[in-house]
Design a protein. Structure first.
Length: 353
């Protein structure tokens, strides 16, 4: 008998793209599936679309809940799921019709806890032109726990925190209580850290199925008071993960990257137009973060000579030299000017060498 698969889709105000995503799930060549649509308090037509499709196909079940975030929406899907494997899809992307059939085949053949496949980065500009880049892991085939830990850098290089390029064994998730937190940003990262910490076998399938769609001009960039806390939590959990493995020294530079990423994203966060802090308060905020031992260590140890991105290199140099106002202005220039940034950046580059 065919293994049953649960496809879980958290949904919040995506009426324009939702039907395409649902149709991808319904049209899979693998038919023994249940499709769990979790309407997370949408205020547009998303809920009605879910209900309409539930009437069309008995494989679809709909959960309507008050808005609690995508993490808790996925948990609601997990609570209802009866499949032997779990696949998480996002409602504003789409995926190939043979994704489930072929990843499940690899999962059954290998008895892996997780199957990782490739994906497409798809950028849609304002004119509707599409640029697609295929991404696949350097790893191939089945890895044991030991091999996975030894080759972790290669895993880390291919969207390690994405949900949509992975198929999970349901019993494994239950055994290790892999659940999503109520953290507003980065629930997928924390979930995959739980998975990675405990995985016994993982299969890398060298084929792309999922289309991760970025629509130019669609991103809502706004100040989030809790942003740094969320990113720092992800970084500290990553460090705990490496300690749990006994690999904190071997992957020390990856730990540094996580803490540097938390600071970088907070610099970006402070640069959005709706940030309520004054210029002085923003500088004080950066000073406060630089006093954190983990952040300070990351900044001091990053090998800037190996950094290919000149913008990042200069940003790190400014922070090391306590030029916090300059670092903030550089980031503000990047996030507010966009395409015009490069010309101004070249002038700054000459000034700072």
């Amino acid at each position: 008998m065919m293994k049953k698969i649960s496809i879980i889709m958290p949904i919040y105000n995506v009426a324009e793209q939702l039907e395409k995503a649902i149709q991808c799930a319904l049209s899979q060549t693998y038919k023994n599936s249940e499709i769990i649509l979790v309407n997370d308090g949408s205020t547009d037509a998303s809920g009605e679309i879910c209900d309409r499709y539930q009437l069309k196909d008995p494989r679809i079940s709909v959960i309507h809940q008050k808005n609690a975030g995508s993490g808790f929406a996925r948990n609601a899907g997990l609570d209802r799921a009866t499949g032997e494997y779990i696949y998480f899809a996002d409602p504003d992307d789409y995926f190939e019709y043979n994704l489930i059939e072929e990843t499940v085949a690899k999962a059954i053949e290998s008895n892996a806890d997780v199957v990782v496949c490739g994906y497409y980065n798809e950028k849609v500009d304002k004119e509707g032109n599409i640029t697609t880049l295929e991404k696949n892991s350097e790893l191939d085939g089945l890895l044991t726990k030991e091999a996975f830990r030894d080759q972790f850098r290669k895993h880390y290089s291919l969207s390690p925190y994405a949900l949509w390029n992975k198929l999970y064994k349901h019993d494994f998730l239950k055994q290790h209580n892999c659940r999503f937190t109520n953290q507003k940003v980065g629930q997928d990262a924390l979930f995959n850290q739980q998975v990675g910490m405990n995985v016994q076998t993982i299969y890398y399938h060298q084929k792309a199925y999922y289309h991760y769609v970025f629509r130019e001009g669609s991103a809502v960039n706004r100040y989030r008071k809790e942003r740094f806390f969320c990113e720092y939590t992800i970084a500290s959990h990553f460090e705990e993960w490496m300690v749990h493995w006994g690999k904190e020294k071997e992957y020390h530079e990856l730990v540094n990257q996580q803490y540097w990423g938390a600071l970088y994203l907070e610099l970006s966060n402070l640069s959005w137009e709706d940030c309520p802090l004054t210029g002085t308060e923003k500088v004080e905020r950066i000073e406060e973060l630089m006093d954190d031992s983990k952040i300070n260590q990351a900044i001091s140890e990053i090998e800037t000579e190996k950094e290919k991105n000149s913008f990042v290199k200069i940003l790190i140099i400014l922070l090391r030299n306590e030029k916090y106002s300059g670092a903030l202005k550089l980031m503000q220039l990047r996030v507010t000017v966009g395409k015009k940034f490069q010309k101004s950046f070249n002038v700054i580059k000459k000034r700072f060498g």
